[in-house]
Design a protein around this ligand. Structure first.
Ligand SMILES: NC(=O)c1ccc[n+]([C@@H]2O[C@H](COP(=O)([O-])OP(=O)(O)OC[C@H]3O[C@@H](n4cnc5c(N)ncnc54)[C@H](O)[C@@H]3O)[C@@H](O)[C@H]2O)c1
Length: 330
């Protein structure tokens, strides 16, 4: 029987890394979940542990195509490849996913009367000239570079969300996500945590681009999902940074990964790719004051289950679908 608090929630990109953890959380909270995905970078394996659940529906569809009408209460719009090798494979496809996807999802939200949350990104700040990055910083983005299809695609998606709210009354939420990691990342998708852990587990040299002094902040997936849920439930219609403000250089991260995996890997240095940001750290004071949200999982605590997941993936034992969150829902 449907309880009064039970909602029907659409997650676009639900078979991806973040989307599948979000689906797990929403199911645990008692909601009905529709996961819509074209399986470009996501996998049905990420839903395997829920295969027989009647409260999870998986739809194969592309958000850049006209979407089927769905009666839903909330939409989390995550569909978009997130790692540079994937989104640079076809910049046009990435732009279509971001632009047409946002328009189709916003129209669906208006038709169904659903609140809609956009998974935006810290990439909207580009290579930032302000540090740490608050939401009112407009960014330093190259509209003509290799990352433009993603960075400008997300900026245009934010602008579309804002325009639909102002002109048509769409009920929007916008999360600017900073680097997030955890089980179910793909081993080969070119993100720094997965790269380092997989190289360490294989005792291969750990590849650092640049001199290793560039920094990133790393948010564990459970913390991010908690931020999503709080933002969706809030009245905050302006963009909100979600990320972990702890800042680590690439050399420090590599050393932690080597120590925690017990690896024999050395470190090898390669030239820095174009437009790679030097520093990245979220200013999360808005999330703290408006959502009462802050990350609870340290990098060391989050690397534990992440390494355990990749250990099984690298040894060919598991698609990594049985990992439970480090903390239960607050
Ligand atoms: N993980 C991070 O650190 C991070 C940081 C900033 C922003 N984000 C954003 O969060 C969202 C999810 O990222 P992720 O890390 O889970 O990446 P992911 O690649 O694992 O997941 C993206 C999902 O979207 C699906 N998808 C891609 N294009 C689609 C399309 N046209 N139609 C339908 N489905 C499509 C993929 O198959 C995949 O399942 C993305 O929008 C990404 O930009 C993630």
């Amino acid at each position: 029987m449907r309880s009064s608090n039970q909602k029907t929630v659409l997650v676009t990109g639900g078979a991806g890394f973040l989307g599948s953890h979000l689906c797990d959380r929403l199911l645990r909270d008692g909601h009905k979940v529709v996961s819509l995905d074209n399986f470009h970078t996501g996998s049905r394996l990420n839903h395997l542990h829920h295969a027989s659940r009647p409260d999870l529906e998986v739809i194969e569809a592309d958000v850049a195509d006209p979407l089927p009408y769905l009666r839903v209460d909330e939409i989390y719009h995550l569909a978009c490849p997130a790692s540079p090798p994937h989104y640079q494979e076809s910049p046009i496809r990435t732009l279509k996913t971001n632009l047409l996807g946002a328009i189709n999802v916003l129209n669906l939200s208006l038709r169904s009367g659903a609140r809609v949350l956009l998974a935006s990104t810290s990439e909207v700040y580009g290579d930032p000239l302000v540090h740490p990055q608050p939401e009112d910083y407009f960014g330093n983005v190259n509209s003509f570079g290799a990352r433009a299809c993603y960075d400008e695609g997300k900026r245009a998606a934010e602008a579309l969300f804002h325009a639909y709210a102002a002109e048509k009354g769409a009920d929007i939420r916008i999360a600017r996500i900073f680097n997030t990691y955890g089980p179910r990342m793909q081993p080969d998708d070119g993100r720094v945590v997965s790269n380092f852990v997989v190289e360490a587990l294989r005792d291969q040299p750990i590849t650092i681009y640049g001199d290793g002094s560039q920094t990133r902040s790393f948010c564990y997936v459970d913390d991010l999902v908690e931020g999503f849920v709080r933002l969706m439930a809030s009245n905050v219609r302006t963009p909100i940074n979600l990320g972990n403000p702890g800042e680590f250089s690439m050399t420090k991260l590599a050393a932690m990964v080597v120590a925690m995996t017990g690896s024999h890997s050395s470190v090898s240095f390669m030239p820095l790719p174009a437009d790679d940001p030097r520093r990245r750290r979220p200013d999360i004071s808005r999330a703290e004051s408006l959502l009462d949200w802050r990350p609870a999982v340290s990098l060391e605590a989050g690397l534990g289950p992440t390494i355990a997941y990749f250990r099984e993936v690298v040894s060919g034992q598991s698609p990594g679908d049985r990992f439970l969150p480090l903390r239960s829902a607050i």
